[in-house]
Design a protein around this ligand. Sequence first.
Ligand SMILES: Nc1ncnc2c1ncn2[C@@H]1O[C@H](COP(=O)(O)OP(=O)(O)OP(=O)(O)O)[C@@H](O)[C@H]1O
Length: 425
Amino acid sequence: MERSLVDERERCNAERQRRKEIHNTLVELRGNIRVHCRVRPVLPFDRVQSSSESSSASLEEVITAISDDTVMVTCVKSGTLGQHKMFEFERVHGPDDSQNVVFEEVKPLLTSLLDGYNVCIMAYGQTGSGKTHTMVGSQPQRSLQGIIPKAAAELFRLISEKPAESHTVEVSVMEVHNNEVFDLLVPDDGGLRRDVVTTSSGTSQVTSLTYKPVCNAAEVMQIIGSVLKLRAQCPTRIHANSSRSHLIVTLTISSKSPNAAALAHACHSFDEPGASAASSSSASPCHSPCPSPSPSVSQAQFRTKLQLVDLAGSECVGMSGVSGAALWEVSCINRSLSALADVLGALAEQRPHVPYRNSKLTHLLQDVIGGDAKLLLMLCVSPTQRFLTESLHSLALGTRARQVQKDLPRQKSATLKKKNQTGAD
Ligand SMILES: Nc1ncnc2c1ncn2[C@@H]1O[C@H](COP(=O)(O)OP(=O)(O)OP(=O)(O)O)[C@@H](O)[C@H]1O
């Protein structure tokens, strides 16, 4: 009897130690933001100038991918090439990089999904810089497909390696248009308006959102393809098929498999109630102070989400030549993108208040920006001098996002250390 009590205590201590290690790893990974940059080729529409542009607006290529991780910007002063400025990111793609090459760099993130992390891949850049090309691409030619179809295919490939029926997947599609969220899977003249709320555990949730179960990547793309035509578009002087809304495709994966991720999230939700987006979206898997591999844990169901975001492009009103309702759309787009920049700025500067609720876009994406999720920000830029101001703006935003990645783990580690010292663990 006494022996079994000692054994049980040892087992419990070992488990507690393991839990602590998993927790520390999760803390270190928080704020995990990667920034990639894709410089697109010069395209025919680059030549079309608006009346407000000076005739000297040049097609000179001033943005170059000079290595796997560095972009060089050449500043042009009074017609002559001037100083160079370098921007470093986790990965840089040049105009010759194919959709396959770009996806290969993104692919490892998908493994994290089945390891229990929420993942978000978001394309950012000015109008016409290649965001939709990068995220959606052209169907059905596989080599021209973008990240969304390729990620769906890779996700189902990874799931096929797991025990049968251990994972189920649901898709939801939303757009944020004029600072309102629309559920595109309930077609009703452009989708139904939905609210974004903050749950009691502090995560964001879209009320009454439609989730459709899917069994393979083809089904995902069929659903997305059928609703993409609902997405708000408007021709501008810069881009004939310019998207006027932010598109958010979410694949929610429910897993019944007994693996470390379930335990990790069980521990995580116990250590920091409500801190994990993944655990909040499912029934909390474990509330025991010492989770052991008991049936309740090993059969726990947990949910993770993959959010794929094609942002609307920032744009200079003078250049795109829009007016009336389209002008209001541009102002909403630009305001929501500045709200995103403000959130990244607040996180980078470790401000106590992060203004997620200043726009529907940032409120909706709150869980994946600066939270536990792995966020990949794909900056899309045009190489030409004509769009230099907007491109510099995008590169600066990417640099700011990388500061979150660098600074947040330090801050969290320090907080954890302090907590441990004061016995608050
Ligand atoms: N890397 C690339 N290689 C070849 N063509 C590209 C590339 N990037 C973009 N394009 C082409 O440029 C055009 C504009 O691209 P896209 O629609 O992706 O821009 P966007 O950033 O989504 O614009 P908006 O914000 O206005 O919707 C499209 O015709 C697209 O096929």
